[in-house]
Design a protein around this ligand. Structure first.
Ligand SMILES: [Zn+2]
Length: 325
């Protein structure tokens, strides 16, 4: 199962009613979705809204709420990828914030998760600024090492070089990239579907390293990994795009009613050579409100009828008596 951008509200910008309602809805939606019994749930970043600036106590509160909302049976694995709201945009990102995030989610940036012969590469896309900052250099080095490992696993043992033979063998399967920022695309103008960006937003050009990865970083990821599929978040809207005419990237929309009227998640069935994805929509928030309002109005009518009817009958009886006299 893939979902993204849950944006659990923080103590500074979050209103208690908004928090109560939207988080209750996400909890119910997630707990219901677990009935589909996914093997692994991947959350593609921006789990928290204020992880980028929250102090220790606020962070602990947010984490506690997350663990309650996204509780899951032991046989379901939960893997969380880092987003800019969790640790800040590149210039706000610090080792402290990154470590704090990794400690909670048992996630190390730039790591490989192999399940049932399928290789998932978890990318900290905030660290792909390409400016040589300490976190960025470390991230790039780890990604290059991972790409070597994956490339070695594609070679036949007898043809492989000594370096490859010394490496741990991975399943022979082209990897799937999971990250928060999408790879570079000019805008969302080519995205279609009922949950793609609204028409007035689609033509707004994306800013590199802010809305999407830079062209350079995107090209590097494709060169290093030759992925067969990329799943990303961040834009809060849906999009399917082909890179180099063959690599599918799916932008997973936000899971929160706060960011869209029709949130969704994706169920994937993935084998080492093939995959199939299916989107599952949550209810429209506007429809749920309409139902609440209609139910409220009906309740008022029933209450009025209940309290006013006896006096109506009393008045009617009085009149009929008067007439009789
Ligand atoms: Zn984001």
């Amino acid at each position: 199962m893939f979902l993204s951008d849950t944006h659990l509200l923080g103590e500074i910008k979050g209103h208690w009613l908004d928090k109560l309602r939207r988080e209750w809805q996400m909890e119910r939606a997630f707990q219901t979705a677990l009935l589909l019994q996914p093997d692994v749930v991947f959350i593609l970043g921006d789990v928290f809204d204020e992880g980028k600036w929250s102090r220790s106590q606020a962070w602990a509160d947010d984490v506690g709420r997350f663990q309650k909302m996204f509780r899951h049976p032991a046989e379901t694995e939960l893997v969380v990828i880092v987003g800019n709201h969790d640790i800040g945009f590149h210039y706000e990102m610090t080792t402290y914030k990154l470590k704090r995030f990794e400690k909670v989610f048992n996630f190390t940036s730039e790591m490989l998760v192999t399940r049932k012969g399928v290789n998932f590469v978890l990318v900290n896309s905030v660290a792909l600024e390409g400016d040589g900052c300490t976190i960025c250099s470390l991230a790039e080095a780890k990604l290059i090492e991972l790409s070597h490992k994956l490339n070695c696993s594609q070679q036949e043992q007898k043809h492989s070089n000594r370096r490859c033979r010394e490496m741990e063998q991975l399943p022979v399967s082209q990897p799937i990239l999971l990250q928060h920022y999408p790879l570079y695309r000019r805008s969302d103008s080519e995205c279609t579907g009922e949950d793609s960006a609204p028409p007035e937003e689609k033509t707004i050009p994306f800013k590199e390293k802010y809305d999407v990865l830079s062209q350079e970083a995107s090209q590097k990821l494709i060169w290093w990994f030759h992925p067969r599929l990329i799943l990303s978040g961040h834009t809060h809207s849906a999009c399917e795009i082909l890179h180099d005419g063959k690599i599918l990237e799916v932008s997973v929309p936000s899971f929160s009613w706060r960011n869209r009227n029709n949130p969704s998640f994706i169920m994937g069935s993935i084998t080492p050579t093939n995959f199939s994805l299916q989107k599952c929509f949550l209810p429209f928030e506007s429809r749920v409100f309409t139902i609440y309002c209609a139910a409220g109005a009906l309740l008022v009518v029933l209450l009025l009828a209940h309290f006013l009817m006896p006096s109506f009958y009393f008045a009617q009886r009085l009149i009929s008596k008067h007439k009789a006299v």
